[in-house]
Design a binder for this molecule. Structure first.
Ligand SMILES: NC(=O)C1=CN([C@@H]2O[C@H](COP(=O)(O)OP(=O)(O)OC[C@H]3O[C@@H](n4cnc5c(N)ncnc54)[C@H](OP(=O)(O)O)[C@@H]3O)[C@@H](O)[C@H]2O)C=CC1
Ligand SMILES: O=C[C@H](O)[C@@H](O)[C@@H](O)[C@H](O)C(=O)O
Length: 329
């Protein structure tokens, strides 16, 4: 793992693929919020502030409504000289489920690039192993819009996107080991990343071991439990064991969660639109957890924050959370 110094901050990076000279910074800035787009009018300034603080990795998605403000912030950062070139940034976006059909993937990526005013993404992910009727972007979506998902043809289209140079790497999100196996069984380009919920209360031990064996980098979303969102809970931020560790270290509970994720060898994506917390979340690289602390964390009872009930339908493809996560819940 190499250390790259950016804007006074050192965020460790990892060389994700041979097609991307820009290694992935192992801490990324999340741009979703609940409800989606709630602070769309201030988001550009927030992201610009994040760039000033030293964030270089940004996670967006077509469904978040944050692609456009992120693109505007990047243009402003270049104009203001905060960065010399777009190549200094690592930008991820995601294919929404209504575009998870072979012929819709490339147009969706082109639209994403247009929103971002960029010529390429660093990473393009299938957001969920799920398809919705094409053209439907309402959120929350209707159960009757859920249609069968064909991983093989969607992945082929993702590979075409990488082949065209419109994204340097491709990957998936919210995929179980079994669903990754399905992709790997026909893939010409294996997924570089699986972005999943991961925090001290949902540690993903089995999935992480599988991904490590296959050379797939795990990205941890909701590393603080996403308190206050439809997909999160306050359980992580109110966990007594984490509070005790934070108190003993003189760090915040959020910093303990992010440091723990970092020490587990994953890339953590954290969202804060508050300047002080944005700063605090960056300060996780110059101290360590002591040996007994990860041990205490590893003993915490596990409880998934977002089982994904919205993605279930009586007509399938997933009728239960066990089917959605292939029993890994
Ligand atoms: N692929 C997928 O399906 C998903 C991907 N993601 C990605 O992962 C990113 C991060 O996950 P997310 O779900 O947003 O949840 P997080 O675990 O990052 O939690 C975000 C919440 O924590 C608060 N917070 C942030 N920092 C601190 C701190 N230091 N102290 C106290 N509270 C804090 C934020 O509030 P405030 O802003 O007020 O600081 C916000 O309410 C997303 O933004 C998105 O990019 C997320 C969910 C699903
Ligand atoms: O009901 C669905 C959820 O809100 C889901 O869409 C989000 O968790 C999303 O995956 C995200 O990336 O933020």
């Amino acid at each position: 793992m190499e250390l790259s110094t950016i804007a006074g901050q050192s965020i460790p990076t990892f060389p994700l693929s041979s097609t991307d000279e820009k290694a992935i910074p192992l801490l990324g800035f999340g741009t979703t919020e609940y409800p989606f787009g709630a602070s769309i009018h201030t988001l550009k300034e927030t992201i610009l502030e994040a760039i000033k603080l030293g964030y270089r990795h940004f996670d967006t998605a077509a469904i978040y409504l944050s692609e456009q403000p992120l693109g505007e912030a990047i243009s402003d950062a270049l104009r203001l000289g905060l960065i010399k070139s777009r190549d200094e940034l690592f930008i991820t976006s995601k294919l929404w489920c209504s575009d998870a059909h072979h012929d819709f993937v490339l147009p969706a990526l082109k639209k994403t690039l247009q929103n971002l005013k960029l010529e390429y993404l660093n990473l393009f992910l299938i957001h969920w192993p799920l398809s919705l009727k094409p053209g439907k972007y309402e959120f929350p979506f209707q159960k009757e819009d859920i249609v069968p998902f064909d991983p093989k043809s969607v992945w082929e289209a993702m590979e075409e996107c990488q082949g065209l140079g419109l994204t340097k790497s491709i990957g998936v999100s919210n995929f179980s080991c079994k669903k990754l196996e399905t992709i790997l069984s026909t893939a010409k380009i294996p997924p570089a990343v699986n972005q999943v919920e991961m925090n001290p209360l949902w540690q993903q031990k089995k999935l992480r071991k599988f991904c490590e064996e296959k050379g797939i980098l795990v990205e941890a979303y909701s590393p603080l439990g996403a308190k206050g969102t439809a997909w999160g809970t306050n359980r992580v931020m109110e966990c007594e064991v984490l509070k005790e560790i934070a108190h003993a270290k003189g760090k915040s509970l959020a910093q303990v969660c992010l440091r723990w994720a970092h020490e587990q060898g994953v890339c953590a994506l954290v969202k804060s639109f508050n300047k002080e917390r944005m700063k605090q979340n960056l300060d996780i690289f110059y101290w360590k957890l002591t040996a007994d602390e990860p041990h205490k964390i590893s003993q915490l009872p596990q409880c998934k924050g977002f089982p994904g009930a919205a993605f279930l339908s009586d007509d399938g493809p997933y009728k239960s959370v066990e089917e959605l996560w292939d029993g890994e819940i």
